[in-house]
Design a binder for this molecule. Structure first.
Ligand SMILES: NC(=O)c1ccc[n+]([C@@H]2O[C@H](COP(=O)([O-])OP(=O)(O)OC[C@H]3O[C@@H](n4cnc5c(N)ncnc54)[C@H](OP(=O)(O)O)[C@@H]3O)[C@@H](O)[C@H]2O)c1
Length: 257
């Protein structure tokens, strides 16, 4: 695939984890990929060694005013538009509900919900023009919240509702909620180790881990590329549940890769 050809994908939240792995899988499949996140250094590492013309690094906080619009404008200027947008950005905070400050709530809503709204507002007109598609990564913890992570589940529930209602303002662009299950990433890197140990004991006692096998990032990334990014438009559904990949015992053959 030539460096100035190939369909165009924007991944927001691609400096690490599932977003970075999905960007890599999309490059391997011949896409041009713009990767966005707040930290410049890891983003520079993600795009290094990619052929010129196939990679764009866009630094910024998706939840800040004007930043998502600037991501969209840069992709439009360099590539003449976008064919797919994947919102992967999120943060977590492990704490009992009574310890969550207003600043903690705002930080979670900013990355997990508001950023997705800004990115949708900025990119859905481009996707409408190109016949493209939009998706965001949500979590199976919305329906099965864990003690200590209620705020995360609440902000992801708000994201789910955002995705389900985007068609009111932007009809015609397929929007998909991609449900992710436990995956080995940096999402929990900032958790307090002592608190984490205590919560893990309680989660284990509830049986939550009994059927869970956290997956390496390449597993959901490959599924996102095959079952959303490269799926025929007629096959796109409002929800793509990939959480079964992290529960191999519960997955049906058709649900697995
Ligand atoms: N890992 C799991 O077990 C799991 C389970 C269910 C769902 N998910 C979902 O999967 C998605 C990816 O998470 P992950 O596990 O891969 O975690 P991760 O490695 O921490 O990735 C999160 C990404 O979001 C970026 N980000 C956060 N806030 C941002 C903002 N305001 N603006 C721009 N970028 C922002 C981070 O980069 P910067 O810090 O550089 O901005 C990072 O690249 C998330 O939506 C998460 O909720 C993960």
């Amino acid at each position: 695939m030539g460096t100035d050809a190939g369909p165009r994908l924007l991944v927001v939240g691609a400096s690490s984890g599932i977003g970075r792995a999905t960007a890599r899988a999309a490059w391997d499949a011949g896409w041009r990929v713009a990767v966005a996140a707040r930290r410049a250094e890891p983003l520079a590492e993600v795009v290094q060694d990619r052929p010129a013309g196939s990679a764009l690094a866009l630094v910024g906080d998706a939840a800040a005013d004007g930043v998502a619009a600037s991501f969209a404008a840069q992709a439009d200027e360099v590539w003449g538009g976008l064919d797919a947008v994947l919102y992967c950005a999120a943060v977590t905070h492990l704490a009992p509900l009574e310890a969550m400050s207003s600043a903690d709530w705002s930080r979670l809503f900013a990355s997990n919900t508001v950023g997705a709204a800004h990115v949708a507002a900025a990119t859905l007109p481009l996707l409408h023009r190109s016949g493209g598609r939009f998706a965001a990564l949500s979590s199976d913890s919305v329906d099965a919240p864990l003690e200590g992570l209620l705020a995360y589940s609440v902000t992801k529930a708000a994201l789910n509702h955002l995705l389900a209602t985007l068609g009111v303002e932007f009809p015609g662009v397929p929007v998909t909620r991609i449900v992710i299950g436990p995956t080995t990433t940096d999402l929990a890197a900032a958790w307090d180790p002592a608190l984490m140990g205590a919560y893990f004991e309680r989660w284990i006692a509830t049986g939550w881990f009994d059927e869970v096998t956290p997956q390496p990032v390449e597993v959901p990334a490959a599924a996102i590329v095959r079952r959303w990014l490269e799926a025929p438009a007629t096959d796109l559904a409002p929800v793509l549940d990939l959480s079964v990949l992290s529960r191999p015992g519960a997955a049906t053959e058709s649900a697995r890769e």
